[in-house]
Design a protein around this ligand. Structure first.
Ligand code: PLP
Ligand code: COI
Length: 336
């Protein structure tokens, strides 16, 4: 059998055949349509192309061990998309409308959903489409909502391996209020530092800790853990309220870990990392172990430098819930 495309292509570069679309005319979203994935037609003056009025989500549908299709925490992702839209002055889509669009796309991609550890990554996207280059200081009067689907494997190439992160203390990833929004401009702002970390230090990601406040990485939240505890920053508007972060904290409590949501300094992190573990949590990243933290030119090994046993344990517990190996005791699964 040929290797499936999602196993050789980069994460997110292969698409299912169908997407769902709905235009907003300034008052309401039209009845959504399911269409073949194809280039969009938007005006070159579209608000999003000039003033970055864009928000998106990332969630996954997993194939369960019984062959069933399971969307993970759909309600949370819809709520966050609505919150991001409000921050960007885009029209928050109604929950039932967005839910219907996501489910239609998953249903249409039924045959293309990889077996675990692969999954179908869903990318709901909302952009301002008003054609007006003068509208820098006003919200877009039109918008386009669409849902793309991508069969995916690992986000970080090379499977489960210890990652290297570079600590950035001078520049934030986003602004104090926009970190909580899933908006394209945040990724554009962080890109330069991430490129530099990749090229200069062969790092996988940047850990943003502006002024010593350890927040998150460019595409995932950040968690410290050991045999007894899970420690992460409490939610505030400066960073993304990750659905995986929340899920890992709930699972950790279920498994008897003490969960501590508290701010910590870089020194405290490095001290913890000497004997503990660090991990990145996110829909794409799942729970990915950190082996090395580079800070001010010094490489600090995290624990043994390998992916830690508690990271692997929590990751396995998370994926067991997603794929139906473990019962859905928290009501996180939406069957499709
Ligand atoms: N932080 C950033 C910047 C992200 O891009 C993501 C990915 O979605 C996360 C955190 C993790 O969020 P979630 O677990 O909801 O996917
Ligand atoms: C996700 O995990 O859903 C993300 O948005 C990460 C990404 C930038 C690929």
């Amino acid at each position: 059998m040929p290797t499936p495309a999602h196993e050789t292509a980069p994460f997110g570069a292969v698409f299912a055949e169908k997407m769902a679309l709905s235009r907003w005319d300034g008052e309401r979203f039209e009845e959504p349509r399911l269409e073949p994935v194809a280039p969009l037609s938007i005006h070159p003056a579209a608000h999003v192309l000039h003033y970055s009025s864009s928000v998106f989500e990332g969630l996954k549908a997993h194939r369960g061990i019984m062959g069933d299709l399971r969307l993970f925490r759909l309600d949370r992702h819809i709520e966050r998309m609505q919150a991001s839209a409000r921050l960007l002055y885009l029209p928050p889509p109604d929950g039932p409308l967005l839910e219907r669009m996501i489910i239609e796309v998953v249903d249409a991609a039924r045959e293309a959903i990889p077996d675990p550890p692969g999954s179908l990554y869903l990318r709901p996207t909302l952009v301002g489409t008003e054609a007006n280059v003068g509208a820098a200081a006003s919200p877009s009067k039109q918008a386009l909502l669409y849902v793309l689907a991508s069969p995916v494997g690992d986000y970080f190439s090379g499977g489960i391996r210890p990652l290297k992160v570079v600590v950035e203390v001078n520049r934030p990833r986003s602004t104090p209020t926009f970190g909580m929004a899933k908006t394209g401009a945040n990724y554009a702002a962080a890109l330069g530092l991430i490129m530099e970390a990749k090229h200069t230090h062969a790092a996988d990601q940047v850990l943003f800790a502006p002024g010593g406040d350890v927040q998150e990485t460019g595409a995932a939240n950040f968690i410290l853990l050991d045999d007894d505890r899970v420690l992460t920053k409490p939610l505030d508007p400066s960073f993304l309220p990750g659905v995986t972060r929340d899920s890992v904290l709930v699972i950790a409590r279920d498994l008897g870990y003490e969960v501590i949501e508290a701010d910590f300094t870089i020194d405290e992190m490095l001290e913890f990392a000497e004997r503990g573990e660090a991990a990145l949590s996110g829909t794409a990243a799942v729970l990915a172990g950190v082996g090395t933290i580079l800070h001010e030119g010094t490489e600090h090994k995290v624990g043994s430098g390998e992916v830690g046993p508690n990271t692997l344990r929590l990751r396995a517990a998370l994926t067991a819930l997603q794929t139906g190996v473990a019962p859905d005791i928290h009501g996180w699964i939406r069957a499709v």
